[in-house]
Design a protein around this ligand. Structure first.
Ligand code: ATP
Ligand code: MG
Length: 203
C-alpha cells in the first residue's frame, strides 16, 4: 500500500458489533474521505471480565461478518493477540510500522470519550501520532474550548468533529434482548444475528 493513505480506526469491544458502529464508521469515512476503516476488536482487560463476554474469536468473527459487504471496511486482530492491556498508542505504532510514515490515522470515537481524552494513556504522544474523530451525536457536544486549553494547536488540528446520525443501539441492549428472546433484527446485520443464534451467544 502507498504511504499517503487516510485510515480510520474503529476500536471497540464489539460484543456484538451493531448497526450503530457500522453507520458511524461509514459516515466518518464519507465525511473525511477516508480510504479505509479498520475495525479493531479489543482484548478485554481482566477487570472487565465479570459479565458473560463472548470470546475474542466470536467477537472477531462477528466483526468480519458485519463488515464483509463494504469494500472499504477491514478487520484487524492485532489487539486480540497482544498480551496485557492494549493502549491505542501501541496499536498506532504497530499499524504505522506496517503502513509506512505517510499514512494518516483517524481514531474514531464518541464525543464523550474525546472529552475525557486528558485521562488517556500517553495522550499527548497519541495526539501527535494520529487524529481523533469525535462522532458527535445529539446531546454530547465536543468541549472545544477545554480541549484547546488542554492540548493547544495540536488539539485544534488533530481533533475533528463529524456529525453522525444518532442510533440508540448498544451492545448491552442487544445482549439483553437475546437473553430475553426479543428480536435484534436490523440492530445487527442479519449475518451477525444468525451467528449469535447458531453459536448460542448471550443466552
Ligand atoms: P456496550 O454496550 O457493551 O458498552 P457499545 O454498544 O457501547 O457496547 P462498544 O464496543 O463499547 O459498543 O463501542 C465501540 C465504539 O463504538 C465506541 O467508540 C462507542 O462510542 C461507539 N458506539 C457505541 N454505540 C454506538 C452507537 N449506537 N452509535 C455510534 N457509535 C457507537
Ligand atoms: Mg460502550
Amino acid at each position: 500500500m502507498k504511504g499517503e493513505e487516510r485510515i480510520g480506526i474503529m476500536g471497540g469491544t464489539f460484543d456484538p458489533i451493531h448497526t450503530g458502529h457500522l453507520l458511524t464508521a461509514e459516515a466518518v469515512r464519507d465525511a473525511l474521505r477516508l480510504d479505509e476503516i479498520l475495525f479493531i476488536p479489543a482484548a478485554i482487560p481482566p477487570h472487565k471480565q465479570g459479565r458473560d463476554i463472548a470470546s475474542p474469536e466470536h467477537r472477531l468473527h462477528m466483526t468480519i461478518l458485519a463488515t464483509a459487504s463494504n469494500p472499504h471496511f477491514r478487520v484487524s486482530d492485532i489487539e486480540l493477540h497482544r498480551q496485557g492491556p492494549s493502549y491505542t498508542v501501541d496499536t498506532i505504532d504497530v499499524l504505522r510500522a506496517k503502513r509506512g510514515g505517510g499514512t494518516q490515522f483517524y481514531f474514531i470515537t464518541g464525543a464523550d470519550a474525546i472529552n475525557d481524552l486528558a485521562t488517556w494513556h500517553e495522550v499527548r504522544t497519541l495526539l501527535q501520532k494520529c487524529h481523533f474523530v469525535a462522532a458527535t451525536r445529539q446531546g454530547t457536544p465536543l468541549a472545544r474550548s477545554e480541549l484547546a486549553r488542554e492540548f493547544g494547536a495540536l488539539g485544534h488540528e488533530h481533533i475533528h468533529e463529524v456529525p453522525t446520525p444518532e442510533l440508540e443501539i448498544s451492545s448491552t441492549e442487544i445482549r439483553q434482548r437475546v437473553q430475553e428472546g426479543l428480536s435484534i433484527r436490523y440492530m445487527v446485520p442479519d449475518a451477525v444475528a444468525d451467528y449469535i443464534y447458531k453459536e448460542g451467544l448471550y443466552r
